[in-house]
Ligand binder design. Structure first.
Ligand SMILES: [Zn+2]
Length: 330
């Protein structure tokens, strides 16, 4: 049996899994991304999280065929480096992440883009399985994405899939990327929190920040936004429906251009908002679709918040160097 490891490296948390050759999760572990210690500190925490997942699955980490990592920032899979990961603490330069991890774990490590590996996982074994074309929208701190044609993600010249920076409102709200009117300026959790703070300062009633403090959290998590909608918190309802409207316009525009079969919504916000959200999104997309009688399917990511980690494990192929070496030694 081939066993693989997968690590989803996020700005707030690290999630690791150990899977078998049928992609079944044997063990999983998660911990907060350390805010001090820079890239080396993050690498150490990643190693510990993977070891924990392996121990939960009663797997010796040295037996893994390899470990895949989905990382934010500019990922160079060939060199095994990550650069400009601005949402990771102290990660402004280039860091040889694959080397750092593989020398601690003793197995080969492959890197991929965090959203890219999650989209690939949904396309090959998740909600897009069996579909010829798919748009993956990863709704979380920011809004990332990927387009899959015939089972292959379209990379363009390396930067394709940035649906979060589609312009849904000319000269609109300021996006964290510095431009104006991007989808992420309305739907990204970071931008939503900034707007929530502004509205609260203006005296609009909300319980969001009260819940945040009570739970000892430093920011408005997807869980808090979901609770806000459930409890009809005025600011949560207003900003989530604003995000929905922006997502509907952006996604429908992509569908008008590419006529894709299925849209898969993942990410922290996407998985939390769930099925009720995809239903509302489908309806909100309708008026923007050029061929409304043949809308795409809109689904929640089937792998939930494990899509990134399971997707990362797919970077380890059965023919990868590590398993060839292991087979040769066996
Ligand atoms: Zn932007």
């Amino acid at each position: 049996m081939t066993l693989r490891g997968g690590i989803d490296l996020g700005g707030t948390k690290i999630l690791a899994v150990v899977v078998n050759d049928r992609h079944r999760v044997l063990g999983e572990a998660r911990r907060l991304t350390p805010t001090t210690g820079g890239p080396a500190g993050v690498a150490t925490a990643m190693v510990e999280t993977l070891r924990e997942a392996a121990s939960e699955g009663q797997v010796d980490p040295a037996r893994l065929s390899g470990v895949g990592v989905g990382s934010p920032g500019v990922v160079d899979g060939r060199r095994g480096t990550v650069a400009h990961a601005s949402n990771l603490p102290g990660w402004s330069g280039t860091f040889a992440l694959a080397k750092a991890l593989s020398s601690s774990l003793g197995v080969s490590v492959r890197l991929g883009n965090d959203v890219g590996v999650a989209v690939d996982a949904e396309s090959s074994i998740g909600a897009g399985k069996g579909r010829r074309s798919m748009l993956g929208v990863w709704w979380g701190t920011g809004v990332g994405g990927g387009v899959v044609f015939d089972g292959k993600r379209w990379l363009g010249r390396g930067a394709a899939g940035e649906i979060g920076h589609m312009v849904v409102h000319r000269d609109g709200a300021r996006c964290p990327c510095g431009r104006r009117g991007c989808l992420e300026a309305y739907a990204g959790r970071r931008a939503m929190e900034a707007e929530a703070r502004r509205l609260k300062k203006k005296g609009r009633p909300t319980k969001l920040f009260h819940w945040m403090k009570k739970e000892g959290l430093s920011h408005l998590t997807s869980g808090l936004w979901a609770r806000g909608v459930r409890k009809k918190d005025p600011i949560a309802v207003k900003l989530v429906s604003r995000a929905e409207a922006a997502l509907a316009a952006g996604i429908a525009s992509v569908v008008n251009l590419l006529d894709l079969e299925v849209v898969v919504i993942g990410g922290g916000m996407g998985s939390r908002m769930g099925f009720a959200f995809t239903e509302r999104l489908s309806l909100a997309m309708r008026p923007h679709l050029f061929v409304p009688e043949r809308p795409p399917l809109v689904r929640v990511a089937a792998l939930g918040d494990l899509a990134g980690a399971v997707g990362a494990s797919l970077l380890v192929t059965p023919t990868s160097k590590a398993s060839r070496k292991r087979d040769a030694l066996a």
